[in-house]
Design a protein around this ligand. Sequence first.
Ligand code: NDP
Length: 244
Amino acid sequence: DKTLNGKVALVTGGSRGIGAATAVRLAREGADVALTYVNGKEAAEDVVRAVEALGRRAVALRADSADAAEAAGAVGAAADALGGLDVLVNNAGIGVLGPLEDLSLADVDRVLAVNVRGVFLTSQAAAGRMGAGGRIITVGSCMVQRVPGPGGTLYALSKSALVGLTKGLARDLGPRGITASLVHPGPIDTDMNPADGPYAAGQAALTALGRFGTGDEVASMVAYLAGATYVTGAEYAVDGGHAA
Ligand code: NDP
């Protein structure tokens, strides 16, 4: 039997990249999947079709994590569409990297709204809809463990907040049999960080394996954590040895 048969998952930012790979991977393990997007309606619909091709139900929801009502509201919409919620994957995130002096107040507010506030609000709403066996899996970054050079202050700040979130959720929700975990991807080949981009070679060189990872390599860890029963409050690197 597949590990996630009969489960419902919500993946934020599931239209492209790591989120899209995760949505398909969870469906392969038996889950029905809701995913959110902001601009990528057609890409989201492609992911819905990929999930349906695996014999699972899927729904794409337009929900901007930067908007408080939409970040929380995606949970109810997903649960209503698919009949409950068992797994939340907080994947939606943005990277605004660059010289410290160039980061504007708007950059600070936007990054914190998507990467931190939205994650909190979606998790809080999900906790309200989950029963025992619920899973909250959040996508952090290898830059929580090591900021390898200049330009990452704001992004690393935002992703580091997810460590406290995950530990706190583990304690808040453990008594209800709900777990919380944090996955730290290294350089992963996506639109956000293409393996043929100007900074790619330097990033690959920082890993022990000397290469970028794929969305599916991150998704396999998310799928493991979605099925794991005695893992909570902890961080998992899927970073090719970036932190080694
Ligand atoms: P991409 O930029 O390739 O894809 C981002 C996805 O998130 C898209 O589906 C996008 O939707 C969605 N999204 C963006 N902003 C919002 C928002 N405000 N509300 C809801 N959805 C949103 O990113 P990756 O797949 O590379 O990254 C996924 C996660 O992994 C992020 O949290 C990122 O910080 C993290 N990460 C990535 C690494 C990498 O090297 N790629 C390394 C470490 C961490 P739409 O199509 O509508 O724009």
